[in-house]
Design a protein around this ligand. Structure first.
Ligand code: 3NM
Length: 214
């Protein structure tokens, strides 16, 4: 897959805790059917071999839909399954080291929680950044929400793609888009919904409506 030609508006991250009794593969296939344009495997507490097995499954699934696969944190797993890239938090392997390992062609995304981190990631060669958590979220408990004011600041000052993340639902996504986000990311609102495909379609509808107004 030509990783660096990627673009996306709806970014879906896995969250197995949100769909007990439903298989990861089914839920993510539904998200892809509904229009997810990029998928991240995020399995913070799973044993590494299980993450690897999930990564292999998602590599096959995302390839069928021609959608990039990003692996949270584990560069070795990303390489083992030929994922399109990795996503790194502020406490993970630094961007420069990750780039040295993965080379120029893989996507590297960085979580940022303020404009200084955003500009640092941009200057360091990140392909995209996360901007969040916009709203309080049970997926990352205990983290202070950055509110839509950080989204607004990112829209003004960040020149690489940025994706708003954290507590985003169909009920509040318009506020995020109004603040200037062109890309949004969700875990619980999508993988925890009864109909992930329908939910993705509804998110895409909002994203398209705002893109048409711009
Ligand atoms: N990263 P939900 S917020 C994984 O701000 C993640 O960097 C965040 O999950 C950040 O859509 C977050 O369920 C949780 O709120 C997103």
């Amino acid at each position: 897959m030509k990783s660096k030609t990627f673009d996306f508006s709806l970014y879906v991250i896995t969250g197995e805790n949100y769909h007990p009794g439903r298989k990861l593969e089914q839920v993510m296939e539904q998200a892809l059917r509904g229009g997810a344009d990029i998928v991240q495997l995020r399995a913070k507490d799973a044993p590494k071999r299980e993450v690897l097995a999930q990564a292999r499954m998602l590599r096959d699934l995302t390839a069928r839909y021609q959608v990039p696969l990003i692996i949270n944190d584990h560069l070795d797993i990303a390489q083992a399954v030929s994922a399109d890239g990795v996503h790194l938090g502020q406490e993970d392997l630094p961007l420069a080291e990750a780039r040295a390992i993965l080379g120029p062609d893989r996507i590297i995304g960085i979580s940022t929680h303020n404009i200084a981190q955003a500009l640092e990631a941009q200057a360091g060669g990140a392909d995209y950044i996360g901007v969040g958590p916009v709203f309080p979220t049970g997926t990352k408990p205990g983290r202070q929400a950055v509110t839509t004011s950080y989204v607004r600041e990112a829209a003004e000052r960040v020149t690489i793609p940025f994706v708003a993340i954290g507590g985003i639902t169909l009920d509040n996504v318009d506020a995020v888009l109004e603040a200037g986000a062109k890309r949004v990311c969700a875990v619980s609102a999508i993988v925890g919904s009864a109909e992930p495909a329908e939910t993705c379609r509804a998110f895409k509808h909002r994203l398209r409506a705002f893109a048409a107004m711009a």
